[in-house]
Design a protein around this ligand. Sequence first.
Ligand code: 13P
Length: 287
Amino acid sequence: MIVSATEMLKKAHEGHYAVAQFNINNLEWTKSVLTACEEMKSPVILGVSEGAGKYMCGFKTVADMVKNIHDALGITVPVAIHLDHGTYDGAKAAIEAGFTSVMFDGSHYDIEENIEKSKEIIALAHSKGISVECEVGGIGGEEDGVTSMGEVADPEECRRVNELGVDFLAAGIGNIHGKYPANWAGLNFEVLGKIQEVTNGRPLVLHGGSGIPVDQVKRAISLGVSKINVNTELQLVFADATRKYIEEGNDQKGKGYDPRKLLAPGAKAIIEKCKAMIVDFGSDNKA
Ligand code: 13P
């Protein structure tokens, strides 16, 4: 069922678990993620960055591909097609192309401009039944050329963005996109607690979900995190499985070079990783 992310995240917040946003990069990724979520009876948010959207020949191609794969596989769990870290123009384009959820990331603007632009995107998206995520305070690291120092969000700014009626809110709490460095200080739970207090039970979003120790994930969920974004982790298991296949010489045996065979171990590795993370986040059997 293709839906906006509003209801699934409200339920997750009430039920004290988190729904994964698994970012997709191509057809194999989409098929693997949807297969894993159907098997686990878990709702899911498919994240598409602007870079990944461009790579897959535009938002319309992505939206149509997801809908067709969803139908072909007979997926019954709730699935949202979500723009990840959208610009102002990107969010409008994704809404137009048939996405069911968008993130407008205005965290690099000053707070007044972030609020103005967030307000406009929220009004436009809500007029079409589409859910919106906004961001306060940057997420550290680099994703698709978007870099940030990883500020810790100001709870007062979170309160103001929350009042706009955003559906779920991403706030920097020391989380980082990509691999965490060995000297990473961990998530800032004190600030997360304050943010949840001033946002009146709004579902919160944890970006940079790859490589966060499970105890920190569970504590974040207990403090109001209802959506966790994962991209790097799936890229790593895909690359590892593909490397192993080639290093073992399997592409040279028979027709092992056939892309359907070459990409199969990576696709399987994505399914297994998604299933394990769904259990960690507690969204299994919640569809
Ligand atoms: P990771 O690549 O670190 O998992 O982060 C994903 C993310 O936050 C997408 O917005």
